[in-house]
Design a protein around this ligand. Sequence first.
Ligand code: ADP
Ligand code: MG
Length: 697
Amino acid sequence: MSTRKQAAPQRLFLDTPVTYLKGVGEYRANLLRKLNVITAGDLLYHIPHRYEDASTVAPIATLEPGMQGTVIGRVISKGVLPTRKGLRIFQAVLRDQSGLIEVSWPGQPYLDRSIQKDDVLLVSGLVRFFHGRQLQPREFINLGSEETGDMRGRVLSVYPATEGLSAKVIRGIIEQHLDTILPVVNEYLTPDVLEGAGVPGIRDALRMVHRPASLAEAMQGRSRLAFEELFFVHLLHQRAKSLARETRRGISFTNRRTLTTPLRESLPYELTGAQVRTLREIFADMCSDRRMHRLLQGDVGSGKTIVALFAALLAIENGYQAAIMVPTELLAEQHVLTMTKLLAPFGIAPVLLTGSLPAKERRRIAALLAAGEPTLVIGTHALVQQATAFAKLGFVAIDEQHRFGVEQRKALAAKGEMPDVLLMTATPIPRSLALTLYGDLDLSLIDERPPGRQPITTGMRRESARTKVFAFIEAQVAEGRQAYVVYPVIEESEKTDLKAATTMFELLSTGYFPGRHVALLHGRIPADERDDIMRRFRDGQVDVLVATTVIEVGIDVPNASVMLIEHPERFGLSQLHQLRGRVGRGAAQSFCILLGDVSPEAGERLKIFCDTEDGFEIARADLQMRGMGDLFGERQSGVPTFRVADPLRDEELSERARAAAERILASDADLTQAAHAGLRRVIGERYARSMELFRVG
Ligand code: ADP
Ligand code: MG
């Protein structure tokens, strides 16, 4: 590692472009830009995503197939191998004092240019058996050829890298300039915030994360950076929320009980305690003069629909119109069907509004809505289309809210005069996390399921049991039940050996279930055909439905008793949970079977899923293992991305950050005090678009 002293440039600022730094020319600057590093300040905040220290390194001889390992060894041979499928694999053989191991990088032939014979590599990954032991790298660092391989007492920072610019080069650049850039950073958190959080100041923290003396120190530095991310997000959320409170005037409904109470009395079941509590929260919002903006969370099958219906009735008994938007036509039909039955005694007929209605019917409904008739409308995104004008929309529920884009949700909420809005989601996330992610929403939680549900028997079966598993499904079908068989991909591809829905559909319909009705469902089938297939499945005309995850959304087929999932390791636990929620809806015992040979690591993960039906526990485990991106559809929900913080793992830090943000805003809502100039500056730099939340100082 380079320890050469550099003469500091004349004047260095955080916004000095990296090209002015020694060792960074145009070429590297262009590569750094791919990592969003443009200035000296960006470089300073380019934080290691991982550390390696001597305690994690194992002698090569001790690695066993199936385990995760980290080794350090010298490259004694290397080369690029072509494979049958046209994929090129870079391979190297590493040696340490204890032995040899082959390391294989499929699809990365370019590594042949950056890794040389005699280089010392630190590699971590899964050890598997393939003509001998082979290491499949998850990550690696090239320590260069001078490295002795003696790592004792060393903590190595591993940086996010990009093709052509290795973590090693980045570490070199940062190491070289750290001491000159650090003094330019000024603390922006106030002393009391820092003290309350129990985290180091910014200069110390940055030194600790880049050049830690120990792993513990690296974590201490990281905690500061995580804290400030959470702190700023809370600050902006809370500010947005209090501004919204000031301006968010809405309709004040009156709880007349002319419809809600009769419905409650005529329901074939008692509401659960959780349904009653969330309804109380929703009614309080709707009866206040503030506009409701509430997220209703509840696991699959927890009974969110009926809660939305009560809220809709409150609007209707006040002479307003209510709309419930769902992601598919089939769901809309299903809701209309059940609600028509429930509401018939009160002379209310819910109206279905979808894109496939005949134009004449659509015009009829449009006229009805324009006339301001108090009506309950259930529909798809056709609801938001311009042509549908509600004269008196007072309440909007958006089911499976993550299925809609931000724009669609906004468009529906913008109809009428400030309707109250209820978003519904089956992704149960811990409250503290939800507050961090969706700070500007109020939250209601259904944390209890309707009584009397049969547990679903869930299990993993190996490839060798395939024939038995399908025989079991055949037996279920023979008893009159129906089954889902789910695959991760639609079509087979060169790059993977994944079983795919289309090819397996052929095989299943001819090979395993020759006398049965087997249907295929996936995302490339047009939406109306898809709905048609689901309809036939619902009506019992299809016995086995071969599908991709398109069936995830809340469809209700009580007669389906088996959910078979192939390549279960390809799905997130929450996704598996959603899939499993498609069965166990009727009186019959239901089964969820995960089929395939998975790695021991994946097996561990899947075991969590097999052992519990608690959506919260599953979501939490999923978050811990997969990160949050896929779970929340980050890009479309507008949730800020965290670079260092992990709102779930850093739950306690997030709580401290929330409290600190609250204290600051309580004393200085506009952040105009001189002591808060640093905060203003950082908000301006990092969250420029949120700056409008604060008046100009
Ligand atoms: P989700 O929260 O997944 O949308 P649903 O609203 O579809 O769940 O409800 C699932 C099923 O539970 C429906 O068949 C519904 O009629 C039933 N249900 C809802 N609430 C209760 C209750 N309190 N007691 C018994 N069954 C209920
Ligand atoms: Mg639902």
